[in-house]
Design a protein around this ligand. Sequence first.
Ligand SMILES: *Cc1c(COP(=O)(O)O)cnc(C)c1O
Length: 381
Amino acid sequence: MNFNTKVIHGGQQPEPHTGAVNVPVFLTSTFAQESPGKLRNGYEYSRGANPTRQALEDSLAAIENGARGLAFGSGLAATDCVLKLLSPGDEIIAGDDLYGGSYRLFTRLFAKYNLKFTFIDFSDLSAVEAAITDRTKLIWLETPTNPLMKLIDIEAVVKMVSDRDILVAVDNTFASPYIQRPLDLGADIVMHSATKYLGGHSDVVAGALVAKTEELGEQLHFIQFASGGILGPHDSYLVLRGIKTLALRMQRHSENGQKIAAYLEEHPAIGKVFYPGLESHPHHELATRQMKGIYGGMLSFTFKSGEKTDSFRFLEKLKVFTLAESLGGVESLANHPATMTHASIPADKRAEIGITDDLVRLSVGIEDAEDLILDLEQALS
Ligand SMILES: *Cc1c(COP(=O)(O)O)cnc(C)c1O
């Protein structure tokens, strides 16, 4: 099955009793048993499995080409589940330009259970290799990174650790499986904030994991079942509905993203534009290989003046773009990472990474590009 077919049919069957084309929202916590321990259709209690969530999980596995999908109450609950594979003393190597909430979860929660995190710029793979020890058990990647849109070569990282007992997990939220499929490149686990492109309509908070193998999927399911961070049936339905238009939406997000990046790059008030689809992007070649020649709807930029006040004035003037956290919905959003999405990263750390006070991040929606550019134009002038 090709991708456009998979987002609609992957892992999906008509409902067996009525033939309903869409999976019903199964609002039930428990399932009647035929005799003690003898289940009717494998369902027992909805923390373990629920048919609506199951339909979403089967779709997730299909679109990421994995063995098993799991749906969580948020992206961070999905990440939390991966980290619970580890034991005290284990080491994790993560990218240094991560989603702020992942950084907070790692450094303020899991560090106290004696997991050791090292944050590294993955554009230098020899530095990553030098940081690997006998205790390294997990590599955690985000590509493109948030908010600076740096790329990490997933295949090269997988190759580097292939003779070691190290899992490679990729946060694929920014690219979505339409553009990039990490499991095909050799990664073990894909994580999503399904709140973003998978859901696609800014109406649900949800998370996802897809495991490459049945065995790893079973371990992750055990942790999810034992610790309980599942996605409810209503929200599972919303994400599943969102996935059906993922391919169409990602095409438009990418077209608009490319046009806006090109517009900003030419604008005299703008400093740098970070968008992997621009030839000026340092990882453009890798992006073209790894992201199938389209680059999504996320980009960020700085002002030539370098002034925080310029970014604030610009953000206050936008009319079509909404000033808000989050990303990946049909509507365009603008965000000031240093005070909004990345405020949980200490100021000195932000400066080191390059999240300057004049940096603005855009999540380009699927509106008409002309209207979006006119909005940017009026706000910049
Ligand atoms: C939003 C986001 C998360 C966290 O997901 P939630 O659904 O908000 O818990 C993780 N990674 C990335 C890249 C994100 O954008």
